[in-house]
Design a protein around this ligand. Structure first.
Ligand code: TXA
Ligand code: MG
Length: 325
């Protein structure tokens, strides 16, 4: 199959026609690019799993064209859940809710809950509203790989497997949506993301699921954030003594250092939002540099920096120590 990248402006009708025909299409969202299919077409959803090589136990996020459609996919008895939607939708927040029967089991991996989101991306919104129904859309990468933040990343991951990638440039947030579930009066964070605990706390008590800050959303293994190259996480790049015989790449927050074979700075002006937007692209770039390993520096643990550090921690090679020679 030929995979075409088409500029958003020219791709709307074609994307909708393909979705109606039960095909999968890669679409931009404000977080990362998604691989979309008609929720109610189990065959189309099966293609999503096949294309991504994703195991069937890992459920997909359901994207809504409008708030009115929510009732068709989930129950929203919780007042706190509705307040979250009022405040953060459309936007990078996914909410896990009790599901409705009509959702095919393949979408929810047989769970009694469904993860729901409403994207704020203008191109995504236009396509889903012309399509006129909910779309299942996980990130548009092969299973276990870094999420794509540009059309070219999607092509690198899925060329030959899908007909169309709708291109609207780099995504704004650069990391996947925050996932929460609501338990009585508590908001439980299942995956850290662009909407940080601090913002959620305005609406209720917040708990980060799992004591060590790790995540229980079923599909969140460490490998999701790991480049192929070994990744070492350090507090500060300047404290890292680089062994001279190795080709080492550095992923810095704001600092610049010339002692590495390759250097990427997440945000020269020290802005965690900009850092998040650059994170996956720069990890991919370093991964393509044929390095012995990559040293990444923690970013300030505030706002979306928490979600960045969480991904770096998961992406880091377990117990990786810099080799001394
Ligand atoms: O920003 C995003 O959320 C992107 C864009 C494309 O919308 N999508 C995304 O989807 O990151 P995906 O499939 O790569 O990650 C969704 C995560 C998975 O870890 C999955 O296990 C979890 O959400 N998930 C889905 N349904 C769930 C449920 N009912 N309960 C708990 N976790 C769920
Ligand atoms: Mg994913």
């Amino acid at each position: 199959m030929q995979t075409e990248i088409v500029a958003a402006h020219f791709a709307i009708d074609r994307a909708v026609a393909l979705l109606r025909a039960g095909e999968v299409v890669a679409l931009p969202t404000e977080t990362v690019y998604g691989l979309a299919a008609d929720v109610y077409n189990a065959n189309a959803v099966a293609k999503v799993f096949e294309t991504k090589e994703r195991p069937h136990f890992d459920p997909l996020i359901v994207h809504l064209p409008s708030r009115e459609m929510l009732d068709f996919v989930a129950r929203t008895d919780s007042r706190l859940a509705r307040e979250l939607m009022d405040k953060f939708w459309p936007g990078p927040l996914t909410i896990v809710l009790p599901r409705r029967e009509a959702i095919p089991d393949i979408v929810t991996a047989g769970l009694e809950t469904v993860a729901v989101r409403m994207s704020a991306h203008p191109v995504f919104r236009e396509i889903i509203s012309v399509f006129g129904g909910p779309l299942a859309a996980p990130s548009a990468n092969r299973f276990g790989r870094i999420s794509p933040t540009s059309a070219q990343h999607v092509k690198d991951e899925l060329a030959g497997r899908i007909p169309l990638i709708v291109d609207d440039g780099a995504t704004t947030h650069g990391i996947e949506s925050t996932i929460v579930r609501v338990m009585n009066d508590t908001i439980e964070i299942l995956r850290q993301g662009p909407i940080a605990a601090k913002a959620l706390r305005q609406l209720g008590r917040v708990r980060v699921n799992a004591p060590d800050g790790s995540v229980i959303a079923p599909g969140q293994m460490a490998t999701h954030y790991a480049p192929r190259t070994k990744l070492i996480l350090v507090e500060k790049l300047e404290d890292f003594l680089s062994p001279p015989s190795k080709r080492i790449g550095a992923l810095a927050f704001a600092s610049a250092s010339t002692s590495f074979a390759a250097l990427r700075q997440l945000s020269r002006r020290g802005d965690v939002r900009e850092a998040a937007a650059n994170l996956f692209r720069m990890l991919r770039e370093l991964d393509n540099e044929n390095l012995d390993f990559i040293v990444a520096e923690r970013v300030p643990n505030e706002d979306v920096g928490i979600a960045i550090n969480e991904r770096l921690k998961r992406g880091a090679t377990p117990d990786a120590r810099a080799p001394l020679e």
